[in-house]
Design a protein around this ligand. Structure first.
Ligand SMILES: [Zn+2]
Ligand SMILES: [Zn+2]
Length: 369
């Protein structure tokens, strides 16, 4: 107990240890584009492999903002009020009886996906498509991490070295998605690739490709400030559409076309650019989450070029690799971190990201202030 008090120095942790009733602050979505910070009962350890984590920082993800502005992602609809946030950095404050390898005071990156471990998908090594999964802040699944504390299974908590700051720890989640997408490409790294959309996921794909040794990477976006970051992160060429004809300009430099196109914007317009950009036999990796319920592909070009369509669902088994890439200095994720807010400023953070204001790429909420 002494160690916990020393590490946390927080009255509510002391109350927790004394098992008094206690509450915490959490960000709740209350209506479309409505968010309030409310008090709620703090989570409790209930299972022998649970870990109680104090949340230090949360990155605002495009998917959180989808829920904020539209109340749903595809078939997953919010019933208000509902909590948000899943890209989190935290510090362990309590571990349950059967947890080993994790200790109080340890800083961790949290994998937001809780899986059953027993279904056909889990047994086949496809935990990310677990049939009984629960994801932080997904409607009806697990409460969001934009709160002072969460409880997660020990298997979701990955210790990070002290050399990593909280911003870097929150970026582990999107970086692991970029890393996983590149691992789904038929060759890693592809010789020639394009990334359409230079938000945090597109930039994570770029960093992952660079880390794998890729040299020819074309990156496009609507926002010039994002392309500047992409250039700093090693993009071969960047183009801003619609002011440039990005398909023509990329093919001018690489006439045979791309081995892979990583579609990270989720827009019909960018999806339409993929087939013309790809070489015959190339692969379209669909990572962006479309706000539209349906998108379309032109079967003529897709068929004639025999293009492979690979959907990408979150990540699978890439969290530790993402931590290693950052902690070893192989990649520098900090250029994508543009803004910080405190917990009470969460709504401002979401508004900023929703409207792409002030050159925001990744906004981070420092939950402990
Ligand atoms: Zn995310
Ligand atoms: Zn499962």
């Amino acid at each position: 107990m002494f160690a916990i008090l020393t590490v946390c120095g927080d009255e509510r942790i002391i109350a927790l240890l004394l098992r008094q009733d206690w509450t915490m602050k959490a960000a709740f979505l209350t209506e479309l584009r409505g968010m309030e910070i409310r008090e709620m009962p703090a989570p409790q350890i209930t299972k022998p492999d649970d870990v109680l984590v104090r949340i230090d920082a949360v990155g605002v993800c495009g998917s959180d903002v989808h829920y904020y502005t539209t109340g749903q992602i595809g078939s997953q609809k919010i019933e208000y009020p509902w909590t948000v946030g899943h890209e989190c950095a935290g510090t362990i404050v309590e571990v349950a009886s059967e947890v080993s390898g994790l200790s109080v005071g340890q800083r961790v990156a949290v994998d937001p996906l809780k899986t059953c471990g027993t279904c056909d998908q889990c047994l086949a090594g496809r935990e990310h498509t677990c049939r009984n999964q629960a994801f932080l802040a997904c409607p009806g699944q697990l409460p969001g991490a934009l709160a002072e504390f969460i409880v997660m299974p020990a298997a979701c908590c990955f210790p990070v070295p002290d050399s990593m700051n909280d911003d870097e720890v929150t970026i582990v989640e999107p970086l692991s998605i970029g890393l996983y997408a590149t691992r789904l490409a038929p060759e890693n790294p592809p010789k020639r690739s394009a990334i359409l959309g230079a938000g945090p996921i597109g930039l994570s794909v770029l960093l992952s490709l660079r880390a794998a040794g890729a040299e020819e990477i074309y990156v496009t976006d609507l926002l010039p400030e994002r392309l500047e970051v992409a250039e700093a992160m090693g993009a071969t060429w960047t183009g801003c559409h619609p002011s440039q004809d990005i398909v023509a300009e990329i093919l001018e430099q690489s006439e045979h076309g791309m081995d892979c196109v990583f579609e990270c914007a989720g827009q019909q317009e960018t999806l339409d650019q993929c087939a013309p950009l790809l070489r015959p036999g190339g692969t379209l990796l669909a990572i962006g989450i479309p706000e539209l319920e349906r998108v379309s592909y032109c079967p003529d070009l897709m068929r004639r070029k025999e293009i492979r369509l690979q959907n990408v669902r979150r990540q699978n088994g890439c969290v530790q690799a993402a931590i290693d890439l950052i902690s070893s200095g192989t990649v520098d994720v900090m250029p994508m971190v543009t803004h910080h807010f405190d917990l009470d400023g969460s709504r401002d953070a979401f508004e900023m990201v929703a409207d792409y204001r002030d050159g925001v790429i990744k906004a981070i909420v420092n939950v402990q202030g």
